[in-house]
Design a protein around this ligand. Structure first.
Ligand code: GUN
Length: 292
């Protein structure tokens, strides 16, 4: 078993980003600028956004967190997005999901200028990604690709099984792994809540991406000997509050599965840290205008 060490890889890539941000500042007189909009008081979302802001500061980006009360109307939120779209001092713009029920996430996603959509959720970026054209790739799948690339893992010809079809992780991950590129070139199975026999599908996998949001969903009996295991789960157990926050559990039962795997990501210390790296890289590229 080898560890895919998010702590080590993210620290290394963040150091590169920091140098590029410094060069950008020297050249343009300004820092790459990410704006994150948060609506309401979801505890996990607040933690994620705070971490994004903190990491921006760490690499020398400017960051702004705009926090709205749950009562904001969809129209008011869309007006703010339009204002930020038009603001030349803003490079990247993200709206943290989930949103309150009275706001349509699709309308919000499409309102963001795709050239500032560093989450890679806009249909223009999604379509360009599928065509293997320059685009913003969603942060978590991007981070996973960077991790695989860092360790020089050649996924060509592998059977990949992605568990979970979310817009944020599972669905884009399945597209990326099937693309004609490396990491990529996989034969991909995308499983979800209506899949008849998930265990049977996962057992076929050379590479498993677990993104269902259920603690220890992937158990040892579902994993082929020598498989690569990527755990996207960040499940918080409310009963396990520690001094520094909540205890986190992956979608994979690490203790059981690790001995069978060739490579595996820990939780915490794996994909979560790489997600931040994906977002930072997208923000830097937005500032430099290297994609659009
Ligand atoms: N909610 C969970 N993950 C994400 C993410 O990567 N971006 C945004 N905007 N919301 C999220």
């Amino acid at each position: 078993m080898n560890l895919l060490d998010g702590k080590l890889v993210s620290a290394k890539i963040k150091e590169d980003i920091k140098q590029e941000a410094a060069a950008f500042l020297a050249e343009t007189g300004r820092k790459p600028h990410l704006v994150a909009i948060l609506v309401g008081n979801d505890g996990a979302s607040e933690t994620y956004v705070a971490s994004k802001m903190r990491n921006c500061e760490l690499v020398g980006f400017e960051s702004t967190n705009i926090h709205f009360d749950t009562s904001i109307s969809e129209g008011e939120l869309l007006a703010k997005i339009n204002e930020l779209n038009a603001d030349g001092g803003v490079d990247g713009l993200i709206v943290q999901l989930p949103l309150p029920k009275h706001i349509d996430p699709e309308r919000v996603t499409e309102a963001i200028d795709y050239r500032k959509d560093v989450d890679g959720f806009h249909p223009v970026n999604l379509g360009r990604m599928q065509r293997n054209l320059p685009c913003f790739i969603p942060a978590t799948p991007y981070g996973i690709l960077l991790m695989l690339a860092h360790y020089g893992i050649d996924t060509s010809g592998m059977h990949a099984v992605v568990v979970g079809r979310s817009n944020i992780v599972g669905s884009p991950m399945s597209i990326l792994l099937a693309r004609n590129s490396n990491p990529g070139n996989c034969t991909v199975t995308l499983t979800h809540s209506r899949t008849r026999n998930v265990k049977e599908e996962v057992l076929r996998a050379d590479i498993i991406v677990a993104a269902i949001g259920k603690k220890h969903f992937i158990t040892a009996d579902m994993v082929k000997e020598g498989a690569i295991v990527i755990d996207v789960g960040i499940n918080r157990e409310m009963s396990d509050r520690t001094k520094s926050g909540y205890k986190l559990y992956g979608d994979v039962d690490f203790e059981q599965v690790a001995p069978k795997s060739s490579w595996i990501t820990p939780v915490p210390g794996g994909v979560g840290l790489m997600t931040i790296v994906g977002l930072l890289k997208n923000t830097l590229e937005a500032a430099k205008g290297s994609i659009y």
